[in-house]
Design a protein around this ligand. Structure first.
Ligand SMILES: Cc1cc2nc3c(=O)[nH]c(=O)nc-3n(C[C@H](O)[C@H](O)[C@H](O)COP(=O)(O)OP(=O)(O)OC[C@H]3O[C@@H](n4cnc5c(N)ncnc54)[C@H](O)[C@@H]3O)c2cc1C
Length: 406
C-alpha cells in the first residue's frame, strides 16, 4: 500500500508526485493513459513567470458586446452551452471587478513569479534542458492604438510587480524575427518567461524522473475511486491519502463524493504547421488573439477560449481565423495534423487553483483548476500542497478549497 495515490498525470499530477516523493512519502501516480498526453501536451509550452495577473472577464460593455457578436477572436461560444455556464460566468464576472482582481493578482503573482525557480531543478534532474529556452515571449500588435494601450499596461506591470519587459518598435521586431512578412506597430518582449518546445515531453521527462527516484506510475480509471475504511481504494491499489489532479476532469469525479465544483472549461485548439517560416521566440499576435509557438514538431498555432458543452463536437472556427491571420504575417507552410487538437483550460471562477484538503473527506486532497497557467504552476502549487499534507499547515489560505463552499 502506498501512502498517497495521485490521480492524473498531467503537469499538475506529475509535479505533485515528485513533491510528495521529495517530502518522503511513498507515492503511486495513476492516469488512464501515458503522462502528459492531455491538456499538458496541447498548450503553448510557456512557463509564464510574467503572467502576474490572471485573465479577468472583461467588464465593459464594448468588450462584452464584441464577445457576444464573436467579433473578437479571443473568445467564442456555443449558444446551447451558455445556460449551463451562467452561474459560473456570474461568479467570474464578480471576481473580475477591479478591486477583487487586484487582490487575486497579489496571490497569483506570488505563485507565477517563483514558477521558473520551481521548474529549474526538475528540468536539470530530468535532463530536459534541450526542451527549454530562456529567452522570453513577445506580444505583438499590428496597429498603433492597441499597441500604445498594451505598452501602457506592460509598463504598469513592470512598475507594480517588477516584471522584466522591453518595448520593441516594428523595425526591431522585424530584425528579431526575419520570418515575419508584415510590419507590426511593435511588440513587448517579456523576458521572465521560458518556452518549452514539447510540453508533453517535459511532463514525460518529469514522470521518468519520478520513476527513477523510486515512484510507481500505473494506469487506472480514476472514476472507480472509493473510500475504504480510513483510506482510499482504486482497483487493486489502496492508500491513506488521495490527490485529485485530473485537471478539467476533476469535477466529474468529485461530484460522486458530493462536491459541485464551479469550473469553467475554456476550450482551446492548436495545430502544427511545417515547411514554412518559423519564429525564434513564441509570439502572441494580439490582433488575432493567436499564439504562435515554435515547437519541435513545427510551428504550433493556438487559439483563445471557447465555451462549449463538455462533449460537444469540435468547432475550430477560431483556429480557422488564427490560421488565416497567421498566413498574413508569415509563410505558414502546411498543417501537420489532419484534425486540430482540442483541450480545456480548467479555470476556477476566482482565477485561483484549488490546492488543499477537501472540505468534508479525510485523506482527500484537491489539486486542480490552474486555468491558463497550469503548465507554469504545476511544480509551484505541488510544493505548497506537499507542505500542507506533510507539515499540516496550509501555506496560502487563498488557495484553500473551502473558500468556494463546494
Ligand atoms: C490552448 C491552450 C494553451 C495553453 N497554454 C499554456 C501555456 O503556455 N502555459 C501554461 O502554463 N499553461 C497553458 N495552458 C493551460 C495548461 O495547459 C493547463 O492549465 C494544464 O495543462 C493543466 O494541467 P493538469 O495536470 O491540471 O491537467 P491535464 O494535463 O489535463 O492532466 C489531467 C490528467 O488526468 C487524466 N485523466 C482524466 N480522466 C481520467 C480518469 N478517469 N482516470 C485516470 N486519469 C484521468 C488525463 O489523462 C490527464 O493526463 C494552455 C491550455 C490550452 C488549452
Amino acid at each position: 500500500m502506498s501512502e498517497v495515490m495521485v490521480l492524473g498525470a498531467g503537469m499538475v499530477g506529475v509535479a505533485t508526485a515528485l513533491a510528495l516523493q521529495a517530502a518522503g512519502r511513498s507515492v503511486l501516480l495513476i492516469d488512464r493513459g501515458e503522462p502528459g498526453r492531455e491538456t499538458s501536451y496541447g498548450n503553448a509550452g510557456i512557463i509564464q513567470a510574467e503572467a502576474v495577473e490572471p485573465y479577468a472577464l472583461p467588464r465593459d460593455l464594448g468588450a462584452l458586446l464584441s464577445i457576444a457578436l464573436r467579433r473578437d477572436n479571443a473568445v467564442s461560444y456555443h449558444l446551447d452551452a451558455l445556460p449551463s455556464h451562467m452561474g459560473v460566468l456570474w461568479r467570474y464576472f464578480r471576481a473580475s471587478a477591479p478591486g477583487r482582481h487586484r487582490e487575486i493578482s497579489q496571490v497569483y503573482a506570488a505563485l507565477v513569479q517563483r514558477s521558473t525557480a520551481d521548474h529549474a531543478p526538475l528540468i536539470a534532474a530530468a535532463v530536459a534542458e534541450a526542451l527549454i529556452r530562456r529567452d522570453g515571449l513577445r506580444t505583438a500588435a499590428r496597429a498603433e492604438a492597441p499597441f500604445a494601450a498594451q505598452v501602457a499596461d506592460a509598463e504598469r506591470l513592470a512598475r507594480d510587480y517588477g516584471v522584466a519587459i522591453s518595448v520593441m518598435d516594428g523595425e526591431a521586431l522585424a530584425a528579431a524575427e526575419p520570418g515575419l512578412r508584415l510590419r507590426f506597430a511593435g511588440a513587448i518582449h517579456w523576458h521572465d518567461a521560458w518556452a518549452c518546445s514539447d510540453p508533453g515531453a517535459l511532463v514525460g521527462a518529469y514522470a521518468d524522473l519520478f520513476r527513477a527516484r523510486g515512484g510507481t506510475v500505473d494506469t487506472g480509471d480514476a472514476m472507480t475511486l472509493e473510500q475504504a475504511g480510513a483510506g482510499w481504494r482504486l482497483g487493486q491499489h489502496s492508500a491513506q491519502d488521495v490527490v485529485v489532479a485530473l485537471g478539467p476532469w476533476s469535477p466529474v469525479l468529485l461530484r460522486r463524493f458530493g462536491y459541485h465544483i464551479p469550473m469553467l472549461r475554456k476550450r482551446g485548439y492548436h495545430r502544427h504547421f511545417t515547411g514554412g517560416a518559423s519564429l525564434n521566440v513564441p509570439m502572441m499576435d494580439t490582433s488575432i488573439a493567436t499564439v504562435l509557438a515554435p515547437m519541435r514538431a513545427g510551428l504550433r498555432v493556438l487559439t483563445g477560449a471557447e465555451l462549449a458543452r463538455p462533449n460537444a463536437a469540435a468547432t475550430p472556427r477560431q483556429l480557422a481565423r488564427s490560421e488565416a491571420g497567421a498566413r498574413e504575417i508569415l509563410d505558414l507552410g502546411t498543417p501537420l495534423e489532419a484534425q486540430p487538437w482540442v483541450g480545456n483550460r480548467p479555470c476556477m471562477p476566482d482565477m485561483l487553483p484549488l490546492v488543499g484538503a477537501a472540505p468534508r473527506h479525510r485523506g482527500l486532497w484537491f489539486h486542480f483548476g490552474h486555468g491558463h497557467q497550469g503548465f507554469t504552476l504545476g511544480p509551484t502549487t505541488a510544493a505548497l500542497l506537499a507542505e500542507e499534507m506533510v507539515g499540516g499547515r496550509q501555506p496560502m489560505s487563498a488557495l484553500s478549497p473551502s473558500r468556494l463552499a463546494v
